[in-house]
Every structure is written in structure tokens, then in C-alpha cells.
Design a protein. Structure first.
Ligand code: HAM
Length: 424
């Protein structure tokens, strides 16, 4: 019979990798809490309409990458390709926007039918952070400073910050006209996708990965040249705030992002250490989205970190991670000892709740069990044979210092373990 394998682009995170994921999750959770962000957990499936309206009809995500299906009622649903839209939908639905300066975050899987490659998957995970109701550049600064602190807490280095400002919808409309004129004048050089986008959304031509169009894109008009006084002042204040806080950045007028809801500042943290998929974190301001999906007019800004990419960076930089090793490994062999093993282990867990203890009381020889104890990385082995079981005692073997084992009474085991495992 054929074995069933995971779906292409959807990965198992195996026990050996989980410690890196947990390292990131733990630090992010703590850090977000210290900046006043609260967790929110929207569902993974939403009405398709939500993503069409927010991400934009003429984007790669909506045109070609969504996992969309009809449910049994014939309603069109979609596995979330990102979760800003869901967070905003939830905030509107539950009145969270009544308090301006609402800070929320969420974490979980997203789904995009992209061509899988290193750093690009069909199921991937994000930590998504949104700050709702703050129009001033202080919001941008807070998010950027928080991410900088997260990189430091995690021990990753070398991430570069790139910023751009897309301006208001009016500015974008003017820019769209300019771009349409420019690309129309070069229509023979456009590929099929771009020709179609010329009609529907010329800004998206800038997303094209087609190598033969890159020079044309490089030489295209820049949105910054369309900025009015307000857009320029907002961006300048942000840059001044970042300068004051000692943040290094590069203004990159080519960052347009792949989602249509952005207005104003957009930013990405990128690395050259992961090959082609170097964006570890991306986000920006989306002051029109709340109203566009039916809520009260409200400015907002956010970002999302790609967890697969961040974990890959941790590994590439050999960041030291807390090892997931048990403190103690209880090896029991023999009929009476195997029955006793769990009772002994439970007494020990009652007395030393922080103890990480693995119980090996199944079939097999002591030799095999002690080999497994060694391999587990445990500090000590607790050896329970028929003889010990009969006399109410247990042998304790230090697996690091190859000294003689000591035999202690089961009544004194908790004290002995505490002294040997937790004292240095
Ligand atoms: P995004 O740039 O589409 O933005 O995704 C954010 C991050 O998710 C990327 O920088 C990348 O690290 C990761 N990512 C995206 N697609 C994939 C993939 N196929 N495989 C692996 N990782 C991936 C958003 O999703 C916006 N919702 C961010 C945001 C929040 N803007 C405002 N608030």
C-alpha cells in the first residue's frame, strides 16, 4: 500500500526543531506583553469576500494563491492567507475599536498556494501584530522598535530595515495614473500578466518577478515623487524618531508590498542569509481598511513575522537554544519493578513539580534502557530492578560524572534528586 505523505509545501515541525520555535514564541509572547499587546485568536477560515475586499482583487494572493472552497451550504470560504483582515474583522465585530490605541497580536498558520521553495511554503506561520486607532508616526516607531528588541532578545543579528511610504489613496491614485502612462509607453516589453494589470492595477506590475522586466521596473516613476506635504511630514517625523532611537534603516522606494490595503508607511526586515526569500517580517499602515470592510473610520498599522524564516535564520546563525532534555530517566525492568515504577514516578512528581522525568518501564533489558537514558541527555538515571523493588530502594546513577551509583530509599528519593539535579 502507498504511504500517505504530507501535502507539498506543508511541513511537519519535528521535535528536534520545536525548541527553536518555542524559543521564538516564548520571547515574542513576553515582549509583546511588555509593550501592552493582548493576544487575540481569530478563526483560520473566513468568508472569501473578506480577503477579496481587503487584500485586493488584483493581487497574486487573491488571484492565484487562496485555498477557497464552498462549504456544504454553498458559501464560499477561504483558509486565511494572512490575518490582518481577520483581526480587523474581529475588532469591528466585537467593538474593540472603541478604545483607540488597541494593541493586539496573534500567532498561527496561514495558507497560500505558492510555488514551494526554501523559505516559501503553502502552510506557513506568522506572528501578527496590529496597533489599531493611532494615526501618528509614533505607532510605526513603536512597532519597529519592538521588532528590533525582539531580534536582540532572540539573539539574531544582521536583519536590515527597509522603509517606504505609499501615501494616501489620493496619492496612490495619482501614482497609478503616472505608472499606467509609463508602462503603456513600454507595452511591448510587458508580459501577459503585466499587460492585464496595466488595465486593472498597474501598481502590481512592480511586484513582477519576471527577470526580463526588472530594468523597466527599476526605471519606473517613484511614489515618493507624488507625495504631498502631509505624507512627507509624516514620513519625516517617523525617520526623525528612528534616528533619535538609534535605529538603522534604508529608505527603499521599491517596496510596494503584495497586499492592496496599505496606505502610508510600509516596511520590511530582510536578511541576505536565507537566499531568495529574505523578508523575515513585513508590514505597514492601512488607514482605510477598517472602513473598507465596514467598520468606523480608524487608522491602523501592523506587521507579521514569518516564523519559518525566522527559525531558519536562528539556525543559520547557530543561535544557542535551551535544550529539551529530561532531568531524570527512570529505567525499570522486571514484573514487580515495572508495576511499581509509575507509583514511584508520581510520588517524585508530587514532591518536585518542576522535574522533567521520563519513565521507561516497558519490555527490554536494563542495558537497552540505560542506553536510551544516556541518549535522552538526562542528568541522572533512576534504576529500579526486582531487587530494589523488593527492598523499597532505588539506584541513582549520575549519567554525566561516571562515578559509582548510589542506592537510596524510595522515601528519600525526592530529596536526593533535588540535591543532585537542581543543585548546580
Ligand atoms: P506578508 O509580507 O505577506 O504580510 O507576510 C509577512 C511575512 O510572512 C513575510 O515577510 C514572510 O516572512 C512570511 N511569509 C509570507 N508568505 C510566506 C510563505 N509562503 N512561506 C513562508 N513565509 C511566508 C502580511 O501577511 C501582512 N498581513 C502583514 C501585516 C500585518 N501588515 C499589516 N499588519
Amino acid at each position: 500500500m502507498n504511504t500517505i505523505q504530507a501535502i507539498r509545501g506543508m511541513n511537519d515541525v519535528l521535535p528536534g526543531d520545536v525548541s527553536a520555535w518555542q524559543h521564538v514564541e516564548r520571547h515574542a509572547r513576553t515582549l509583546l506583553g511588555t509593550y501592552g499587546y493582548e493576544e487575540i485568536r481569530p478563526p483560520m477560515v473566513e468568508r472569501t469576500e473578506l480577503f477579496r475586499r481587503s487584500i485586493g482583487e488584483v493581487t497574486d494572493i487573491v488571484e492565484k494563491e487562496m485555498y477557497t472552497f464552498d462549504d456544504r451550504n454553498g458559501e464560499s470560504l477561504t483558509l486565511r492567507p494572512e490575518c490582518t483582515a481577520s483581526v480587523v474583522r474581529a475588532a469591528i465585530e466585537h467593538g474593540l475599536l472603541r478604545t483607540p490605541g488597541r494593541r493586539v497580536w496573534t500567532m498561527g498558520p496561514m495558507f497560500r498556494y505558492e510555488r514551494p521553495q526554501k523559505g516559501r511554503y503553502r502552510q506557513f506561520h506568522q506572528i501578527d501584530v496590529e496597533l489599531l486607532g493611532v494615526a501618528e508616526p509614533s505607532a510605526e516607531a513603536e512597532l519597529i522598535l519592538m521588532t528590533r528588541r525582539l531580534w536582540k532578545a532572540l539573539g539574531v543579528s544582521g536583519l536590515a530595515l527597509e522603509l517606504n511610504s505609499l501615501g494616501s489613496r489620493d496619492i496612490q491614485a495619482r501614482y497609478r495614473t503616472r505608472l499606467a502612462e509609463y508602462f503603456s509607453a513600454h507595452a511591448p516589453a510587458l508580459d501577459e500578466d503585466s499587460l492585464r494589470r496595466l488595465e486593472t492595477n498597474p501598481l502590481r506590475i512592480l511586484d513582477s518577478k519576471n527577470p526580463s522586466m526588472q530594468t523597466l521596473i527599476e526605471e519606473a516613476p517613484r511614489i515618493v515623487d507624488e507625495h504631498d506635504g502631509d505624507a512627507r511630514a509624516h514620513f519625516d517625523r517617523l525617520l526623525a524618531t528612528l534616528d533619535e532611537a538609534g535605529v538603522e534603516y534604508r529608505v527603499n522606494p521599491r517596496i510596494v508590498r503584495g497586499l492592496d490595503y496599505y496606505t502610508g508607511t510600509v516596511f520590511e526586515w530582510t536578511t541576505g542569509e536565507l537566499g531568495a526569500q529574505g523578508a523575515v517580517c513585513g508590514g505597514g499602515r492601512y488607514d482605510n481598511l477598517v472602513a473598507e470592510i465596514g467598520g468606523p473610520a480608524s487608522p491602523a498599522i501592523g506587521f507579521a513575522i514569518g516564523l519559518e524564516r525566522l527559525v531558519a535564520l536562528l539556525k543559520a546563525q547557530s543561535v544557542e537554544l535551551p535544550a529539551a532534555r529530561p532531568h531524570a530517566y527512570l529505567a525499570a525492568a522486571g514484573a514487580r519493578a515495572s508495576i511499581l515504577a509509575h507509583a514511584v514516578a508520581e510520588r517524585l512528581r508530587d514532591a518536585v513539580p518542576e522535574l522533567c522525568l521520563v519513565v521507561d518501564a516497558g519490555h527490554g533489558s536494563f542495558k537497552a534502557k540505560l542506553r536510551r537514558a544516556d541518549r535522552s541527555g538526562a542528568r541522572i538515571a533512576l534504576v529500579l530492578g526486582e531487587e530494589e523493588a523488593g527492598s523499597g530502594r532505588i539506584a541513582v546513577k549520575d549519567l554525566r560524572a561516571r562515578g559509582p551509583q548510589s542506592v537510596v530509599s524510595i522515601d528519600e528519593l525526592a530529596d536526593h534528586v533535588t540535591r543532585n539535579v537542581f543543585a548546580g
